[in-house]
Write a protein that binds this ligand. Structure first.
Ligand code: 0O2
Length: 212
């Protein structure tokens, strides 16, 4: 069986990550330029390291020659939002775009994972223009709040530390931390409503002054 030329194989994934990062950061810039709240706080992206691709392929029994179709997160983008409602807004923006196709969605916010993980995953097919023609490339976009991201980052490091054999006590603490992150998101959403209400009161007062 022919071995994979990794440099060549990963080229479209790197191009997809680079281009989508620029495009998603441009969305933020547009909101900022019109003095609006941006549903996107920041964006990160990465191409999965070869070691992780091979480890996941083994774990999920994916044939090395079927990676392009069977492993959806070789290219990964992460969109961080301030509020849970922003995630809905970002999803709407992604659905309205014409430069890629959404092929799958996984809602780990309403269907939180047993670990406590929350995030919204969208798998897109992005047409990468290469010197050999167009290559439709799968990209996983993870959309989450800052609180969800904080939790996932810590949990990911702990999983790495314990090599996926986390003591029950640590697992329990992480579940409590996930609950705290959930409550923080709920509290922040509530505060956002308060802020918007206060702004409306302020605008109403201004209108009254002008019409008096
Ligand atoms: P990375 O790049 O190190 O983050 P699986 O990989 O088996 O969980 P699947 O079917 O590939 O599942 O897709 P899924 O669950 O939609 O997406 C996998 C990615 O979601 C993971 O990538 C993580 O980034 C994130 N994720 C999923 N579950 C958890 C979790 O319980 N905790 C944390 N911290 N992240 C999670 P990788 O492969 O771990 O790679």
């Amino acid at each position: 069986m022919q071995s994979i030329n990794w440099d060549q194989f990963l080229v479209p994934y790197q191009i997809a990550v680079d281009e989508l990062k620029v495009k998603l950061k441009a969305v933020r810039k547009q909101f900022k330029s019109q003095n609006d709240h941006s549903p996107i706080e920041f964006v990160t992206g990465r191409v999965k390291p070869i070691g992780s691709i091979l480890e996941k392929a083994k774990r999920k029994n994916i044939d090395k020659h079927e990676l392009a179709t069977d492993m959806q997160d070789i290219a990964g983008l992460r969109i961080m939002c301030q509020f849970v409602d922003d995630i809905v807004h970002v999803l709407d923006l992604l659905h309205r775009r014409t430069d890629f196709k959404i092929v799958e969605e996984r809602n780990y916010i309403t269907h939180q994972k047993d670990s406590g993980y929350r995030s919204y995953h969208v798998i897109i097919e992005y047409p990468v223009q290469t010197i050999h023609g167009e290559i439709p490339t799968l990209v996983e976009v993870q959309i989450r709040t800052l609180a969800m991201n904080f939790w996932a980052t810590i949990e990911h490091s702990l999983n790495y530390k314990y090599d996926d054999d986390m003591p029950l006590e640590v697992q329990e603490r992480l579940r409590r931390a996930a609950e705290a992150a959930f409550l923080l998101d709920a509290e922040m959403s509530q505060l956002r409503v308060e802020i918007q209400d206060a702004q409306q009161v302020f605008r109403d007062k201004e209108m009254n002054v002008k019409t008096d």
